[in-house]
Design a protein. Structure first.
Lengths: 110, 116
């Protein structure tokens, strides 16, 4: 069974700071999602990764398959980035069910 | 991109009544949809996997007679909370995979259910 761990659990940053959220998992996976959940509850998929690195605007996600580790970076953070960030993995052999990390609560202060 | 529309976004109902939540895939066919429940300050908990044209697969501990799931078409799955009780109050959210988008998951906007 895959265990997904995220760190840190809580993160407070000043506007403009570079932010990194980490995710480790225990078994081989098909792919990993980085999700964003705002206080209203809706969830947005930021990235899906199976290898390498992806960039979208100020967000960068990387994954190291050998080390079973992924990171989400936010450059030039802004208060509107305040949200819960969740990594979730899935493996086709396990019926495509997502296994979620506990989430990282990010607060960016102005 | 793929969009999953979920309705209602919030609902208040009386104890003993039933509530139906709908999830529609707007621009892709979702042969599989997933239903989650989320308690405050906790991560999502998978309740069941909904398969078009067949019975849903429920996770251990989830009452299938309490949480009825119907996936009658490739674009619509419904979750009905039957005989709702205050302890059913929670945030419910669905997701679906569009196989044409490299297996990415798309989430609905969620439904906040309050049972009074």
């Amino acid at each position: 069974k895959n265990e997904v761990e995220q760190s840190p659990q809580n993160l407070t940053a000043q506007e403009g700071e570079f932010i990194t959220i980490n995710c480790s998992y225990s078994v081989g996976i098909s792919a990993l999602h980085w999700l964003q959940q705002h206080p209203g509850g809706g969830i947005v998929s930021l990235f899906m990764l199976s290898s390498g690195k992806k960039k979208h605007g100020r967000l960068i996600a990387t994954i190291n398959i050998q080390e079973k580790h992924s990171s989400l970076h936010i450059t030039a953070s802004h208060p509107r980035d305040s949200a819960v960030y969740i990594c979730a993995t899935f493996t086709m052999e396990y019926g495509n069910k997502l296994v979620f990390g506990a989430g990282t609560i990010l607060r960016v202060k102005s | 991109g793929a969009v999953v529309s979920q309705h209602p976004s919030w609902v208040i109902c009386k104890s003993g009544t039933s509530v139906k939540i709908e999830c529609r895939s707007l621009d892709f066919q979702a042969t599989t949809m997933f239903w989650y429940r989320q308690f405050p300050k906790q991560s999502l908990m998978l309740m069941a996997t909904s398969n078009e044209g067949s019975k849903a697969t429920y996770e251990q501990g989830v009452e299938k007679d309490k949480f009825l799931i119907n996936h009658a078409s490739l674009t619509l799955s419904t979750l009905t909370v039957t005989s709702a009780h205050p302890e059913d109050s929670s945030f419910y959210i669905c997701s679906a995979r569009d196989g044409g988008l490299d297996y990415g998951y798309t989430f609905g906007s969620g439904t906040r259910l309050t049972v009074v």
